[in-house]
Design a protein around this ligand. Structure first.
Ligand SMILES: CC(C)(COP(=O)(O)OP(=O)(O)OC[C@H]1O[C@@H](n2cnc3c(N)ncnc32)[C@H](O)[C@@H]1OP(=O)(O)O)[C@@H](O)C(=O)NCCC(=O)NCCS
Length: 159
C-alpha cells in the first residue's frame, strides 16, 4: 500500500462532514475553535483514505473524528491514519478518545480503556465527552508521558 499523506483541513470541509455523517460520528462541534483536522490521501491521484482530528485539552489531546471510507476499511489505512495523526503532536501530552464501536482497533494501537473518573477535567470538558458522545462510549488513553514508578502505580489503580 502507498504511504498515507496527511493534509490539514478546516472543520468546515464539506467532505469531512460527509465522511463523519456517513460513519455516524459527531459533527456538531467540528467548526468550533481549538481543533485541527486532517485529510489522509494515498496514491498519485490523492485518493481520500480517511479523516482525523486532534483537540488540545490543557496538556493532553483528544483524538477524534477518525474515519476511513467504508469500502476501504480493513486494509491498514486506519492504522496508518492514526499513526500519522499522532506524529503531529510535538510534546508528550497523553492522548484520549471516546469510541462506541472501534475500541478493539484502538487497543491494537496501544490505547487502553480508562474510567471517566481518571480522565483529566480538560478532556472531560470537551464537547465530545461532556455532551455529544453517549455516556456508554468507551474512553481510551494512549500514555505518552514518562512516568515515575509512583505515577505508574497510581495510573494502574485508576484503570
Ligand atoms: C475504526 C476505523 C477507522 C478502522 O479503519 P481500518 O482502515 O479498517 O483499520 P485498519 O485496517 O488499519 O486496522 C488495523 C487493525 O485493527 C483491526 N480492526 C479494524 N477495525 C476493527 C474493529 N472494528 N474491530 C476489531 N478490530 C478492528 C484490523 O483488523 C487490523 O488488525 P491487524 O493489525 O491485526 O491486521 C474504521 O473502521 C472506521 O472508519 N470506522 C467508523 C468510524 C469510527 O468508528 N471511528 C472511531 C471513532 S473516532
Amino acid at each position: 500500500m502507498s504511504a498515507v499523506r496527511l493534509e490539514q483541513i478546516t472543520g468546515s470541509d464539506a467532505r469531512l462532514r460527509q465522511a463523519l455523517t456517513a460513519a455516524d460520528l459527531p459533527t456538531d462541534d467540528i467548526e468550533d475553535d481549538g481543533r485541527a483536522f486532517f485529510r489522509a490521501v494515498v496514491g498519485e491521484d490523492d485518493q481520500i483514505a480517511g479523516f482525523s482530528g486532534l483537540e488540545r485539552c490543557g496538556s493532553d489531546y483528544l483524538l477524534r473524528s477518525v474515519v476511513v471510507p467504508a469500502d476501504r476499511r480493513r486494509g491498514g489505512l486506519g492504522r496508518a491514519l492514526v499513526e500519522a495523526t499522532l506524529a503531529n503532536i510535538e510534546d508528550d501530552g497523553d492522548v484520549f478518545l471516546a469510541t462506541t464501536h472501534a475500541a478493539p482497533f484502538f487497543a491494537g494501537l496501544g490505547f487502553v480503556e480508562v474510567q471517566r473518573q481518571s480522565v483529566p477535567g480538560a478532556v472531560l470538558a470537551t464537547r465530545q465527552l461532556s455532551s455529544i458522545c453517549p455516556s456508554s462510549a468507551t474512553i481510551m488513553k494512549l500514555a505518552r508521558q514518562s512516568h515515575t514508578a509512583t505515577d505508574h502505580d497510581h495510573d494502574r489503580q485508576d484503570l
